[in-house]
Write a new protein. Structure first.
Length: 359
């Protein structure tokens, strides 16, 4: 037994040493924590600041060449204050990504801080042309929301936009052209967080001592458009065929019968999908990145003590996996009112030799 433990420790140390040299720091923030990063084919870098505690600061930023971060697409879009109109400014963003059309897609939760309801007109998808740095469309989400909805993340595929609701467990499917949508998989096991969230070996709790619960969060679509993957933060990762998900004639029970458990994932910060159908998933409890292959098998491809709450992952056009380490679990909201975040927070990238799949 002692020999086995010794070998395990040596192996773990070797992995840590190896991945330290692989991780490349690409950006840092000394004032705000982030939870997302996305890049364009010509190398522009955009980041998301979730401002969970309602703190002041920008919501969406661009990292410019000297390392500074500027409000994007403008200072005005990042300047909302209580009492102002909610439709043409960011209230509190939660995710962003360059879509298949090359535009920047941003999810605005519309809620001023964690635990509060979205303001009327506040929850919306904002589409920004990175060519002219202008907002070209906003898609209001009031029509598909419930009182405690938290519009979390999105993917764009074909003629639809797919959204996870982390507040009122369920999925939202929007018609990309009209913006009208419907809710599915409401309060199903696959969208409902029923387990404790673990990060750095500790259960995440709110200031009142209650365990944090985050329902449907991560979602991915297979490159061939056959499967839709989704999960609450605590897992497990579920799968359903897109043909069933998009079939408006199916009842909730009929749709649910086609959902299967795909992978027993740990507490997850974020995911990414490559063109070979591999899913990359961040294990925020063990500070590692897991690669899940199309056949359901998995392997830990890296582990590093710097991966403190690795959130929404991104694969660029050069085969790098981008990892925003936001230390979300160390915020005051989850640490009895006293922040344990150690600034600066960083974004890293590591070469995984994968091809990017954008949805």
């Amino acid at each position: 037994m002692r020999v086995l433990i010794f070998i395990t420790v040596l192996f773990s140390s070797a992995v840590m040493a190896q991945t330290k040299s692989q991780l490349i720091p690409v950006a840092s923030s000394s004032k705000q924590v982030w939870n997302g990063v996305t890049t364009t084919s010509d190398g522009r870098i955009f980041v998301c600041f979730p401002r969970l505690e309602g703190e002041k600061g920008m919501s969406i930023g661009e990292v410019i060449k000297n390392g500074s971060i500027i409000p994007y697409p403008s200072k005005n879009w990042n300047s909302w204050v209580k009492g102002e109109v909610t439709t043409h400014k960011f209230i509190r963003t939660n995710s962003l990504r360059i879509g298949p059309d090359g535009d920047l897609w941003v999810m605005d939760t519309g809620a001023p801080k964690l635990g509060e309801q979205a303001l009327p007109g506040g929850a919306k998808i904002v589409v920004i042309s990175v060519k002219n740095n202008q907002v070209i469309r906003t898609i209001p989400l009031d029509g598909v929301m419930k009182p405690n909805s938290f519009m979390d993340d999105l993917r764009v595929y074909g003629s639809h936009i797919y959204i996870t609701d982390a507040g009122e467990p369920g999925l939202v499917i929007l018609d990309k052209q009209t913006g009208k949508g419907r809710r599915v998989m409401e309060n199903h096991w696959s969208t409902t967080d029923s387990k404790a969230l673990l990060a750095e070996g500790k259960v995440i709790r709110l200031k009142n001592g209650r365990e944090l619960r985050v329902n449907a969060d991560q979602l991915e679509i297979s490159p061939d458009g056959k499967y839709f993957y989704f999960q609450p933060v605590s897992g497990p990762l579920a799968r359903v065929e897109m043909a069933y998900l998009n079939d408006t004639k199916l009842s909730e029970a009929q749709l649910a019968s086609h959902v299967t458990k795909y992978y027993n994932s740990p507490t997850t910060g974020g995911t990414a999908m490559d063109t070979d159908g591999n899913i990359y998933l961040s294990d925020v409890d063990h500070l590692r990145i897991i690669k899940i292959k199309p056949n359901g098998t998995s392997e830990a491809i890296m582990q590093d003590k710097r991966l403190l709450w690795a959130d929404a992952l991104w694969i660029d056009d050069k085969g790098f996996l981008w990892i925003p380490a936001g230390q979300i679990n160390r915020l005051a909201a989850f640490q009895n009112g006293k922040s344990q975040v150690k600034f600066p927070v960083c974004i890293y990238k590591v070469q995984i030799h994968a091809r990017a799949f954008k949805s």
